[in-house]
Write a protein that binds this ligand. Structure first.
Ligand SMILES: Cc1ncc(COP(=O)(O)O)c(C=O)c1O
Length: 448
């Protein structure tokens, strides 16, 4: 089934360490994909899949959305290139779309990746406050750079018990991070205001940085009042509140999750869905902060630079994506919600009928089937109760049956505008078969 995929991986290992260019892509089965169109992807062996991975979530409109592709093809045919000097009308248009629709964005800058965006947001917060400390969430992911590459899916025997109020030991997810960098990083529970207050009282904190929904461990939602509480704490202690909307941005609303929860951060970062799969990201916020990128005092000015910042082709893709989301707003977000609800109800029904302990957590078109009896409230809750082995076996079986959910436990499923009700129904039929096989043939039971 995967002969050509395996051969390609084997060959690529010769010159690429590990054979993949992002450690997150090193999963089993090793599949080399060649084509994506709408809700479907195909691999080099000719296998077809309904895709819910969406390349870690950018493909909100579906693979190769015709309107985005047309805009890119037209720009290329007209000779649009990277100029690296001055400005372009496309970045101006993109900035205006952000300012018009995202409540917390008065001004915006563009980078190539979400990691660069969170990097700049932290640096800006430090310049503005004159402090170095940052607070991040256990189980959250904000990119690969030194400040944030800690404490993602830390095993509980390494991390220790839940701490509240207080902070966790810092567990870097990469070698090569200087210990002195980690001194300024403070990791707390998600959904735990007491711990944030504790760190704010005991350290000099520039920023609280978080995904407003923890989506790198599925869909872990903020409890009522949590984001409002963070807003108040940041105001009380003069810290900058940064929402990392790289994953939540545009997926649920044109204005980001901030427009749904009505909590307005000082700074926010975007990426992924903003260009439906093209590499561009954004850092936006209030003008009195963003002005630090051009501060008249060179001692206070924050460097923003990058050969590929707002590369015109991804910029055109982003403008086309956001315009489409704006022009067909109700139709697109309405459909995404409908399909999300259909998926949620179907999964809940199947697991209930099969007697499998499970909970579907969902926000709009993002969902995660947890094999535990309640939606997780933080990493400890998830790590202690979710059946990771069953989850992985379930995902592997789905892939073998033409449904591509990323084969790593707790990874979010993403529905796109290109998915149809028939896609969801086919997915549910395969899911039922797969879960039945796991329970009956393999005798797997959810452990908790
Ligand atoms: C919430 C969040 N922030 C930041 C990033 C980093 O973005 P990138 O991979 O584009 O550097 C990611 C990537 O998964 C993310 O999910």
């Amino acid at each position: 089934m995967y002969e050509k995929s395996r051969a390609l991986h084997f060959a690529n290992r010769r010159f690429i360490p590990g054979g993949v260019v992002s450690v997150n892509r090193a999963v089993e089965p090793q599949i080399a994909f060649v084509k994506g169109l709408g809700s479907r992807i195909w691999d080099v062996d000719g296998n077809e899949y309904i895709d819910y991975h969406a390349a870690f979530a950018p493909h909100l409109l579906g693979h190769n959305d015709p309107d985005v592709t047309r805009a890119v093809q037209q720009a290329l045919s007209e000779g649009l290139s990277l100029f690296g000097s001055g400005t372009t009308r496309w970045e101006g248009e993109l900035a205006e779309l952000f300012a018009e629709h995202v409540p917390g964005v008065e001004q915006v800058q563009f980078t190539t990746s979400g990691s660069e965006a969170t990097y700049h947001a932290i640096r800006l917060a430090r310049a503005y406050t004159g402090r170095d400390g940052i607070i991040v969430m256990q189980g959250g992911y904000n990119g690969w750079h030194n400040d944030v590459a800690t404490n993602l899916m830390t095993p509980l025997d390494v991390l220790g018990p839940r701490v509240s109020p207080g902070e966790y030991p810092k567990i870097p997810i990469s070698a090569g991070i200087p210990a002195r960098v980690l001194e300024d990083v403070h990791v707390v529970n998600f959904n735990d205001l007491d711990s944030v207050r504790y760190v704010l009282e005991n350290h000099s904190i520039a920023a609280v940085l978080l995904e407003p929904i923890l989506q790198n461990i599925g869909v872990v939602k903020p409890r009522p009042g949590y984001l409002e509480g963070l807003r108040h704490l940041c105001d009380e202690f003069g810290a900058v509140l940064i929402f990392d909307e790289v994953k939540t941005g545009f997926r649920y609303a044109l204005g980001g999750y901030q427009s749904i929860c009505n909590v307005i951060p000082d700074l926010c970062t975007f990426g992924k869905a903003m260009a439906n799969g093209y590499p561009i990201a954004a850092i936006g916020g209030k003008a009195h902060l963003m002005v630090y990128f051009v501060h008249p005092d060179p001692q206070k000015r924050v460097l923003i630079a990058g050969t590929y910042n707002a590369h015109p082709i991804p910029t055109v893709a982003a403008v086309a994506t956001i315009r489409k989301l704006r022009d067909r707003r109700e139709e697109i977000y309405g459909k995404l919600e409908r399909l999300g609800a259909l998926m949620e109800e179907g999964l809940a029904d199947i697991t209930r009928r099969l007697g499998i302990t499970a909970t579907v957590a969902r926000q709009g078109s993002a969902f995660c089937l947890y094999f535990m009896d309640h939606p997780p409230r933080d990493w400890h809750d998830l790590a202690a109760h979710h059946d990771f082995d069953f989850d992985l076996a379930y995902r592997s079986r789905l892939i073998a049956n033409g449904i591509y959910h990323f084969p790593q436990a707790t990874k979010q499923g993403s529905i796109s505008f290109a998915h149809s009700e028939a896609d969801v129904e086919q997915t549910l039929a395969v899911t039922e078969k797969v879960l039945q096989e796991l329970v009956q043939q393999d005798g797997m039971v959810t452990a908790r």
